[in-house]
Design a protein around this ligand. Structure first.
Ligand SMILES: NC(=O)c1ccc[n+]([C@@H]2O[C@H](COP(=O)([O-])OP(=O)(O)OC[C@H]3O[C@@H](n4cnc5c(N)ncnc54)[C@H](OP(=O)(O)O)[C@@H]3O)[C@@H](O)[C@H]2O)c1
Length: 275
């Protein structure tokens, strides 16, 4: 039996990933903010599951979640870092002793801290696997650690998703026995684009996404392939067509999308924060 944690498994792509993996061989742990909603959707799963509260913007919540797992599970086989937001409100949050953009905390720092805290449980798995959900908008960026503390920086989402690619590479170097992978779901019709955008912009984006976005079931295929297949660490899985917006998943290497010089910068930043 494999224990698989899916953050944000209560809706959107996370729900599709969790449901597709749910069978007699896998026990799914849905990590979400709204446990009642998580329990309601978990009723659709074919196999066993547990729904646990996790707010990636709260260090206390991440620690409580990790401690609960340490007490109740002998090992975690897969950590699917799926949860994320696209939010242009410019909100700032305290996290690890500083204030950062809520997008940076939710999409990058929270998953980083969670992965660190679950490391002892992952190490007990026969073949630990950790997948970071990135995005095509994070490709080929340069790490801008100034932007992560600025209010409402226009590039914040892209920076957070670029950092997820860098985290994939950092963890794959730190944990040579794990499979650490990145996935991109293409342009998928979920609620993510509704986040904090208001008025006519929200309506236009919703209309376009309804018409052009692929179904969440299709978008989930990259992450599902990453979890199911035996792939070398540092692999990146994203849709094949139209600049990775649509289509079946294709395996590439993360090094195609990152600048190696940014790795020590992010590593140093995370080490300083962790002191
Ligand atoms: N949809 C796309 O086209 C697309 C493209 C590229 C990448 N992605 C990535 O795919 C991932 C999933 O997005 P989606 O499209 O499925 O969006 P979604 O439908 O909006 O779902 C986002 C999930 O993340 C959870 N979440 C948000 N903030 C959280 C927090 N602080 N703590 C714990 N959970 C939190 C949400 O929980 P609540 O229900 O509590 O809000 C929800 O379950 C994200 O990482 C996103 O960046 C999506």
């Amino acid at each position: 039996m494999q224990n698989i944690v899916v953050t944000g498994g209560n809706r959107g792509l996370g729900y599709e990933i969790a449901q597709a993996l749910s069978d007699q061989q896998n026990h799914i742990i849905i990590a979400c903010r709204d446990v009642a909603h998580g329990n309601a959707v978990a009723k659709n799963f074919a196999g066993s599951s547990e729904v646990l509260e996790l707010n990636l913007c709260s260090e206390q919540s991440i620690t409580s979640f990790s401690e609960y797992l340490a007490h109740h599970y002998s090992q975690i086989d897969v950590l699917m870092n799926n949860a994320g937001i696209f939010d242009n409100s410019g909100q700032q949050l305290p996290f690890m002793g500083q204030h950062f953009s809520n997008v940076w905390v939710t999409n990058t720092l929270g998953p980083y801290l969670l992965t660190k805290q679950l490391t002892p449980l992952l190490e007990r798995a026969q073949q630990p696997k950790c997948v970071f959900m990135s995005s095509v908008v994070g490709h080929h960026k340069r790490l801008n650690l100034q932007a992560v503390t600025e209010q409402g920086h226009s590039e914040m989402y892209g920076q957070s998703k670029y950092a997820d690619l860098l985290l994939t590479e950092l963890f794959s170097k730190k944990q040579p026995n794990w499979q650490v992978l990145a996935a991109h779901p293409g342009y998928s019709n979920t609620a993510i684009f509704d986040g904090r955008i208001s008025g006519w912009k929200k309506q236009i984006i919703r209309h376009l996404t309804n018409r052009l976005g692929q179904s969440p079931k299709k978008g989930a295929q990259s992450a599902i392939l990453a979890i199911k297949q035996d792939l070398p660490s540092g692999s990146y899985i994203g849709p094949k067509y139209l600049n990775e917006l649509y289509g079946p998943p294709r395996v590439q290497h993360i090094q195609n999308y990152i600048h190696q010089e940014d790795l020590p910068l992010l590593n140093q930043f995370l080490n300083e924060l962790s002191k």
